[in-house]
Design a protein. Structure first.
Length: 303
């Protein structure tokens, strides 16, 4: 299992720490910096939690202190520092959303971990039932009704009841030892799925991306490439290898092509994109080549 890493910035709002080597602290003489580094040895996912302020303006913060609490009823929690710029919003909000970031959203995590600037200008988003912003391109999201706030030292534990959620076929962003990481087998699989004059794409806020997964199957796994095709491509044939390349982070990408009778994308990020101009709208230059290769192959097969 390969891990892709990138240096992180310290979150402004959340409880993410960085890990380092060092001697243990004797009981009764705990050093705050050492404790933070030790806590940073626990690998977690990365979230951006959002809510609307009383003036209707969105607020959000990056944190890895997110966990499920209960399934009956469906409860989740996230921890927020009292000194956070967004604390006043969450102290009175009636609801919030948790965006579980995908592996290619490191920059989103960094933006929401700092003060100042218009954070929401850096990401495409839409409101859910609570009004809280849900980002495009996330690995998962949870829309929550505020259930309880619990004071806990210099943080507050925010507990919400899940009233809506979604999951995408995207690898999650991880955080450990002061660095972002991606859970990766070293190989990523994408598909150019075409039906008539459209291909299936995903909007990630920076442009269009091809559907991508870490495993080919099985078809009943919605996170696999076969599962994604089965879910959103009606009457699809068997995918055939089309193109391959090495990505900047060292992963190897294999792109497949598949023809379908119809595309049935669902959710705010997925769409059937017209073939005309699709390649130029792709966010990844290497995916541009793959789309052009798929379209060229289709032309050759028709001639």
């Amino acid at each position: 299992m390969g891990v892709a890493r990138a240096t992180s910035t310290a979150p402004e709002d959340g409880a993410m720490g960085d890990a380092g080597e060092g001697a243990g602290a004797p009981a009764g003489t705990l050093d705050g910096a050492m404790l933070r580094r030790a806590l940073g040895g626990f690998a977690t996912g990365v979230t951006v939690t959002t809510a609307l302020g009383p003036d209707g303006r969105p607020a959000g913060f990056t944190a890895n202190s997110f966990t499920s609490v209960s399934l009956e009823p469906p409860l989740v929690l996230v921890c927020l520092g009292r000194g956070a710029a967004s604390y006043p919003v969450f102290a009175q909000a009636d609801g919030f959303a948790v965006n579980v970031l995908s592996a290619d959203q490191q920059e989103v995590a960094r933006v929401f971990a700092t003060r100042g600037a218009d954070k929401f200008a850096s990401v495409a988003w839409g409101p859910r039932e609570t009004g809280a912003p849900v980002f495009r391109g996330v690995a998962a999201w949870f829309d929550c009704r505020m259930r309880e706030r619990i004071d806990a030292g210099d943080h507050v534990i925010v507990i919400g009841e899940v009233i809506g959620f979604g999951r995408a076929a995207a690898a999650p962003l991880l955080y450990c030892g002061g660095r972002f990481a991606a859970l990766d087998s070293g190989v990523r699989l994408s598909v150019v799925a075409r039906a008539g004059d459209a291909i299936l794409t995903r909007e990630d806020g920076r442009g269009l991306r091809l559907p991508t997964a870490a495993a080919f199957g099985p078809a009943d796994d919605p996170a696999s490439l076969s599962g994604l095709i089965a879910r959103w491509c009606e009457g699809a044939g068997r995918p055939t290898p089309l193109h391959s390349f090495d990505e900047p982070d060292g992963a190897h990408r294999v792109v497949y092509a598949v023809d379908a009778d119809a595309l049935r994308p669902s959710g705010p990020s997925w769409r059937a994109t017209p073939v005309a101009g699709a390649a130029d709208a792709m966010a990844c230059p290497l995916e541009v080549e793959a789309v052009r290769a798929a379209l060229s192959r289709a032309v050759r097969h028709r001639s």
